[in-house]
Structure formats: structure tokens, C-alpha cells
Design a protein around this ligand. Structure first.
Ligand SMILES: CC(C)(COP(=O)(O)OP(=O)(O)OC[C@H]1O[C@@H](n2cnc3c(N)ncnc32)[C@H](O)[C@@H]1OP(=O)(O)O)[C@@H](O)C(=O)NCCC(=O)NCCS
Length: 327
């Protein structure tokens, strides 16, 4: 397969002749068509509408579309991270009427070939999955780490009132918001890598990064809060997105909180600190997805139900960070 070497080229010159698919680089003009085929995905919590324009601007990212008779039927994005050695695979989706026919497999293989040709230093492909992985998947992937996923929903105004009424001990502020310099220094420190991060991986809103200065530069461009319990010697660390809109409804926001560490009380306090920061002014409904050590899931779920009085949207599910050698 011959591949164009110009990163900005909107069209890929030669696509494999499989299944009558053509492959093109996504552009701003494709947005509506991509949204139309994405309507049912992630239970209304699709991040792509908010990220799409930014993704198109990112220098080490490609957003690739598969078309059938000119019509967009699938999308995948690949982003080069880890000092150029890893490709992060994200956003994969196939139009509902085209699923189960092998389209995703063909698109994934096409993207791997493209990455190999354009970024020859890349050795590994990494992704996060939240579906049930079986033995066949683990022949393909190495498991890097797992986080439990706790999904709760609430009205921002109700949460604000509830937080104001919590007892002093539940409100104890063992949560320090970090400025970018401190975040950089702490997340690259050996104590955080070894004792706090799961398998030395920073997972931020589904994106798994090795703790490297180049990745911290990517993360520094995002609108996120970095927190630890103790800035001198952290036991628990967390990252929280700013609330952003998702397709589930007009008044709905999504809040994504990644928490690392095994101390329930400290995890709980960081969770509360993020909620407090973001519900202070927010009006509307919030879908809040918390990623945490699997062993703490049940305990935090109980705290959400009993102390915060919020509704769990679903039971225990897992976020698996997996990788494979780039074939
Ligand atoms: C998941 C989805 C993309 C699969 O599309 P499809 O064309 O029906 O899938 P295929 O028939 O090509 O087969 C699936 C292949 O993709 C792989 N796959 C499934 N989900 C994947 C994911 N999230 N990331 C990477 N690979 C995935 C399967 O393991 C399988 O690989 P194999 O060919 O080596 O066995 C499609 O069902 C979809 O769009 N679902 C809604 C969006 C979604 O859940 N995306 C997952 C993002 S985490």
C-alpha cells in the first residue's frame, strides 16, 4: 500500500480494495455526517462532538474515515504519544447498519499501516476498552491496567446543597489543587509513578499516557484539574475534566474524574473536592464518571448512594488499558 507522507493531506491516495471502502482524512465538513452515524453510542456520553475540532488541529493526530460509495460509515483516530513510541487508538465507531461485517477490523488494520509509514518510531498501539474482553482479545493484547468505572447522575443544584450539608469530617479538605508546574513535577516523581499511578500509567478521560515530560506537555494543554492529597508526598492523585456537554440532552453535562490510589477516605475527599469545584456554579444535570481502583468501587458506590443520595446509572464496569505491538 502506498501512503502519502504529507500529514496535512485531506485525502489518502490509495486505499485497500477491501469491502469497497475508501479512506480519507476527516475535515471540518465531515462533522455532521460523523455525528449522524454516532447517535446511539456510549449511552449518550460521546465526547467526540466536543473534541472533534481540537482533534483535527492536533499535530500528532490523524482522524481517519472509512467511506462506502462516498458516505462516511466509520471513524478512528490515532494519536502519537510517549515520545513518539506509542499510538493511542481512540474514537472507533462504525455506522449501526454496517456493524458486524468486519469494517472496524479493516479500518484498524489500515490505520496501523498508515501509522507505521508516517511514524516509523511507533512500536506499540494502546487503547482503552470498557466492553467485556475475552481470551481471544488477550491473545491480541497485553493488559496494562484496569480501573473500575462508577457512573452516577445528579442535578448540579441538588449536589451543591448536599455538599454544603456534609459533616465537617466528610468535608475535611485533604485535597490540594496543583498548578501546572507542581502537577508536572509530582506526576513525574518516582513516588507517584511507583506508589500512586496504576502500573505507572496516567489515565486521563480514557487516554492512557506514560509519565513522560512530552506527555505532560500534551496534558498541560487540556482544561483539567490536577489534585493530590498531600503535595509533599502524595498517596492519592486525581484528574478532573471541566464539565462539558454531551449528546444525552440539552441540560446535561459530563464530568470525568480519574482517581489513583488505594486509600478510600482520601479518594472520597478528592471526589468531593472535584464535585464541590464544579457544582458551585453549574446549572443542570450531570453524568459523572469516576474511574478508580476496582477494590474501592463498591465502597464509593455505597457512599454515593447513602451519603450523597445520588443515583447509580449502572453497576460495576471496567476500563481496561491494553496494548499490542504494532503489526
Ligand atoms: C465496536 C464497533 C466499532 C465494532 O465494529 P464492527 O465493524 O462491527 O467490528 P468488526 O466486525 O470489524 O470486528 C470487531 C473487531 O474490532 C475489535 N474491536 C471491537 N471494539 C474495539 C475497540 N473499542 N477498539 C479496538 N478494537 C475493537 C474486535 O476485537 C474485532 O477485532 P478482530 O477483527 O481482531 O477480531 C461497533 O460495534 C461500534 O461502532 N460500536 C459503537 C461504538 C463503540 O462502542 N466503539 C468502541 C469504542 S471503545
Amino acid at each position: 500500500m502506498k501512503i502519502d507522507s504529507g500529514l496535512s493531506s485531506p485525502t489518502l491516495p490509495e486505499s485497500p480494495p477491501q469491502m469497497g471502502l475508501q479512506f480519507t482524512m476527516a475535515t471540518e465538513e465531515d462533522f455532521e455526517e460523523i455525528m449522524a452515524m454516532s447517535q446511539d453510542i456510549y449511552g449518550g456520553l460521546d465526547y467526540l462532538p466536543t473534541r472533534y475540532s481540537t482533534w483535527l488541529q492536533e499535530p500528532h493526530r490523524m482522524v481517519i474515515l472509512a467511506r462506502k460509495q462516498g458516505k462516511v460509515i466509520a471513524l478512528e483516530s490515532v494519536c502519537v504519544i510517549d515520545d513518539g513510541e506509542t499510538v493511542l487508538v481512540e474514537g472507533l465507531r462504525v455506522a449501526p447498519q454496517e456493524r458486524g461485517k468486519g469494517v472496524a477490523g479493516v479500518l484498524l488494520r489500515f490505520c496501523s499501516q498508515l501509522v507505521k509509514a508516517r511514524f516509523p518510531k511507533v512500536k506499540v498501539s494502546r487503547l482503552t476498552r470498557d466492553d467485556q474482553l475475552g481470551p481471544k482479545d488477550f491473545q491480541k493484547y497485553r493488559l496494562i491496567t484496569k480501573q473500575g468505572i462508577l457512573l452516577v447522575r445528579f442535578r448540579a443544584e441538588d449536589m451543591k446543597l448536599c455538599l454544603a450539608e456534609l459533616s465537617i469530617s466528610e468535608n475535611a479538605a485533604e485535597a490540594a489543587l496543583l498548578d501546572p508546574n507542581d502537577a508536572h513535577r509530582l506526576f513525574l516523581s518516582s513516588v507517584v509513578m511507583r506508589d500512586v499511578l496504576p502500573n505507572a500509567t496516567i489515565v486521563q478521560d480514557w487516554q492512557p499516557f506514560k509519565p513522560l515530560a512530552s506527555n505532560m506537555a500534551i496534558l498541560a494543554k487540556k482544561n483539567i484539574d490536577w489534585m493530590v492529597d498531600d503535595a509533599r508526598c502524595p498517596t492519592v492523585a486525581s484528574l478532573c475534566t471541566f464539565p462539558f456537554r454531551v449528546p444525552i440532552g440539552d441540560d446535561w453535562y459530563y464530568l470525568n474524574i480519574d482517581i489513583f490510589g488505594k486509600d478510600l477516605e482520601l479518594v472520597q475527599q478528592q471526589f468531593l473536592a472535584h464535585l464541590r469545584r464544579h457544582t458551585a456554579t453549574l446549572k443542570g444535570y450531570v453524568m459523572c464518571q469516576v474511574f478508580l481502583d476496582p477494590a474501592l468501587w463498591e465502597l464509593l458506590a455505597e457512599f454515593c448512594r447513602n451519603t450523597l443520595g445520588v443515583e447509580l446509572v449502572k453497576g460495576y464496569t471496567e476500563q481496561c488499558v491494553v496494548e499490542s505491538d504494532l503489526m
